[in-house]
Design a protein around this ligand. Sequence first.
Ligand SMILES: Cc1cc2nc3c(=O)[nH]c(=O)nc-3n(C[C@H](O)[C@H](O)[C@H](O)COP(=O)(O)O)c2cc1C
Ligand code: SF4
Length: 543
Amino acid sequence: METLMLPFSPRYIVLTICAVVTVLLLGIGVLDHNPKVWEVVLIPSLIFGALTLLGIRDLLQQNHAVLRNYPISAHLRFLLEEIRPEMRQYFFESEKDGMPFSRDTRAVIYQRAKMVLDKRPFGTQEDVYRDGYEWMHHSVAPKVRSGEQFRVTVGGPDCTKPYSASVFNISAMSFGALSPSAVRALNAGAKKGGFAHDTGEGGVSPYHRENGGDLIWEIGSGYFGCRNRDGSFNPKEFARVAADDQIKMVELKVSQGAKPGHGGVLPAAKVSEEISKIRGVAMGEDCISPATHRAFSTPLEMMAFIGEMRRLSGGKPAGFKLCIGHPWEFLAICKAMLQTGIYPDFIVVDGNEGGTGAAPLEFMDHLGMPMREGVNFVHNALIGINARDRIRIGAAGKIATAFDMARAMAIGADWCNSARGFMFSLGCIQSLSCHTDRCPTGVTTQDPTRARALVVPHKTERVYNYHRATLHALAELLAAAGLDHPQQVRSIHFSQRTSTTEVQSFARLYPSLRPGELIDGTSDLRFREAWAMARAETFSAAG
Ligand SMILES: Cc1cc2nc3c(=O)[nH]c(=O)nc-3n(C[C@H](O)[C@H](O)[C@H](O)COP(=O)(O)O)c2cc1C
Ligand code: SF4
C-alpha cells in the first residue's frame, strides 16, 4: 500500500503532476478532432512532457541522491545554490559583511575607481569596542597633505639599475588566470599612473607589453618564458627576456599565500597555441608548476640563484616572494645571505589571506602565516642580521585601502601590492567563480565572448583612478598623523583593542629586534629556537 502511495508523497508529487498533466493534455489533443484544440494544448503538453522526461532522468541518474529522491523539484535547490552569493550580496549583506572583502571595502574601491564621492555619512559603522579593533593615532599638529608621489627606491649595493617604485603596485597575477583584456587594462593603468605591474608566474605576454607599463617579471617553479623543454631553468632565455627595458625588477616566486607549497596544473586542453608560446611549453601536454624549484634545493643555492637572476638581468633589482611557513626556513635563508654575501634587493611577503584563481580549501584557510605576522617576522629577521637597510619589503594580503597600507607599513612593509583591489577596479563583483572560466565581468576568463565585457580604455581609467585616489587617501591619513611620507610610519602610530578594557600599542604587539640581535645571540622567544634550528646548507631544521 505504502509503495502504491509513493507517487503522491511530497517527494514525487511534482513528477506525478507533470506526468498526469502531460497525459491529460495529449489525451484531449488526440480525442478532440478540432485542430484549434491542438493549437492550445501543444505547447503546454511539450513543457509538461519535457518536465516528465527530466523527472524520469532524475530518478534513474546515480550522481545526485537529492534528485533521485526529489525528481524535478530538487533542481530548484541547485538553482538557489548557484545564485546564493548574488542573493546574499544584493539582499542580505550589511556594509561590513561579505567575504573575502566586505561590501564597504568593495564600495570604496568602486567609488575611487570611478572617481565618484567616496565619503560616508553619520559616523562609523565599526564597533570600536570589539576585540581586535584597530586605529591609527592622529596628531595635534597635522601636516599639510603631501603632494609627493610616494616612491621607494628598490636596489641594494649589488644592483646597478635600482628602480624607483610606487608604494602601491599591482600584485602578481598571470595571463591565463586573467583575461587578455584584464592584463591590458592593468598595464595601461600602471603606465598612466607610473606604478608597477607584476606579471605573475605565467610569463610575459604580448598583453603585458602592448601599453608599456613598468613590469616586475615573476618566475615560478615552472620557469615559464625561460625554460628548457624538460622544464628546467634556461639562463640564456631568462637574460633575453629580462633585458627588455619595460621589465624593471625580476622576482622569484617561492610560494603564494593562498596555496603555499602547492604546485599548479594547466590541463593540456587549456594550453592554447598562445599560452604555449608565452610560457614556452608544448601544446597537447599538461602545463605543470611543480611544488618545488629545480634550480636550487638549499638556502645557499637559492641565494646563488638570486644573484644569478640579478646578473642575468643586467643588474636589475632581484628578489623573491613567499608566504612564511616554518620560521627556521626563512632564518636559514638569512644565514645563507650572511654566508654567501648575496642579498636579495627585495622580498615580497604574501599572507595566507591572499587570493588566487583556485586552491584547495584547507590550503586557503589554514596553511601559511597571515600577512601581518609574516611581514613583521621578515622585517625583524632582516634587522637581526643587519640587512634591513639594503632589502626592501613588499606586502600583499587584503590590502585595499589607505589604512590597510599604513598599517602594513607600520609593522615593516616598504610598499604594498594589491591583486584583488585592482580586480575590483576592473569591475570584479566578487561572484567567486574565477575557477570556472565563467567570470561574469571578463576579468578571469579565457572565453573571448566573456572577456569582451571588459572594455580596456574604460577600465584603464578605473585602474589609474583607484591607484591615484588610494594614494591621495594615504597622504591625507599621514598628514593627519603629522607625517610626510609612508616611510615615517612606525608601530607606535597604531593601537589595537585586545579586550573590552585593554588597549595595546602596535609597538608592544609587534616588538622590534635590535640591529644585529640574531647574529649577536637573541633571547627573543619568536626567534631564539628557530634561529638555532636554521642552517644555510639545508631547509631542514637542525636537531
Ligand atoms: C587571480 C589571481 C591570480 C594570482 N596569480 C598569482 C601568480 O601568478 N603569482 C603570485 O605570486 N601570486 C599570484 N596571486 C596572488 C596575488 O599576487 C597576491 O599575493 C594575493 O592575492 C594577495 O593580495 P590580495 O589580497 O590583494 O589579493 C594571484 C591572485 C589572484 C587573485
Ligand atoms: S567577478 Fe570574475 S574575477 Fe571577480 S570573483 Fe567573480 S569570477 Fe572572479
